[in-house]
Design a binder for this molecule. Structure first.
Ligand SMILES: [Zn+2]
Length: 229
C-alpha cells in the first residue's frame, strides 16, 4: 500500500539523518497522501542503518495504524494534528538540531536578521507557548500539535514553514517530505546565523518589513522570479 509514499518518507528520513541534524534516532519525517488521507511515518526507535522503506508505518489521520508491523514514531499525534489543521502540508519533519533547539529552549521566536531567513520564512519563526500542567497530563504529543496550531493562528504555515516548540525543538514542513527536510536544514542554518549575529551585536533588530517581503516574494508567490521558469 502507498509504496511511493513509503519510499519518499524513507528517503526523507535518511536525508534528515545524513544532513547531520539528527543524533541517534532523535528525528522523524512523515508524508501525507491527500487522496487517501493516509500518512506514512518513520517507525519508533529504529536505527537509520537498519531502516527499510517497507517499515514505514501507515496511519490514518485519527492515528489508527492501517499497515505496518512496527509502532509509529511517538511524535505521530503531533504530525497528525498539523495535517488536520493545515490542509496544504504534504510532509513534516522533526529534529533536535542544535541551534534551532537552542532558540526553542530559550523560548524565543527566531527573528529575521537577514535575507537568508527572509528568502525562506516570511517574518519570525514563532515559538509555541509552553504546555500547561493540564496539557502535560493529557495526550502530550497531541497537545504539542495543538500548541503549534495556536502559534499559527495569524500566520500562513506555507509562508512560515516551521516552528520552535518551546523547551523542545523545531518542526518543519512543506508540500513533500523532502521539502520538509530541506526546511529543517534551512531553519538550522538561519538559527545558527541569528545566534552568531546577535552575539556580535546584542539587541540587534530585525531587518525592515520591506526587505523581508522583497526577499520572500521574489522566491515565493505568484510574482516570484528567482530561479528558472
Ligand atoms: Zn522531539
Amino acid at each position: 500500500m502507498l509504496t511511493d509514499l513509503k519510499q519518499s518518507v524513507f528517503e526523507a528520513n535518511l536525508a534528515l539523518h545524513k544532513s547531520g541534524l539528527v543524533l541517534l534516532t532523535w528525528g522523524n519525517v512523515s508524508g501525507l497522501d491527500r487522496e487517501s488521507g493516509l500518512v506514512a511515518i518513520k517507525p519508533s526507535g529504529v536505527s537509520y542503518a537498519e531502516m527499510r522503506p517497507e517499515q514505514m508505518v501507515i496511519v490514518d489521520l485519527q492515528g489508527t495504524v492501517v499497515e505496518g508491523e512496527l509502532r509509529p514514531s511517538s511524535d505521530t499525534p503531533t504530525h497528525l494534528e498539523l495535517y488536520r489543521s493545515f490542509p496544504s502540508l504534504g510532509g513534516i519533519a522533526h529534529t533536535h538540531s542544535t541551534y534551532a533547539t537552542a532558540w526553542a529552549q530559550a523560548r524565543r521566536p527566531l527573528p529575521c536578521f537577514g535575507t537568508t531567513h527572509a528568502d525562506n520564512f516570511r517574518g519570525e519563526v514563532p515559538v509555541t507557548a509552553e504546555l500547561t500542567p493540564e496539557a502535560l497530563a493529557g495526550d502530550y504529543e497531541l497537545e504539542t500539535g495543538k500548541a503549534i496550531v495556536q502559534a499559527f493562528a495569524e500566520r500562513d504555515p506555507l509562508q512560515v514553514p516551521g516552528v520552535l516548540v518551546a523547551c523542545h525543538g523545531p518542526f518543519t514542513w512543506g508540500p513533500t517530505p523532502a521539502a520538509a527536510v530541506e526546511n529543517s536544514l534551512v531553519l538550522e542554518y538561519v538559527a545558527q546565523m541569528a545566534a552568531v549575529a546577535e552575539s556580535l551585536s546584542p539587541g540587534l533588530s530585525c531587518i525592515s518589513c520591506g526587505l523581508q517581503d522583497k526577499h520572500f516574494l521574489r522566491k515565493h508567490g505568484k510574482d516570484a522570479y528567482y530561479g528558472q521558469k
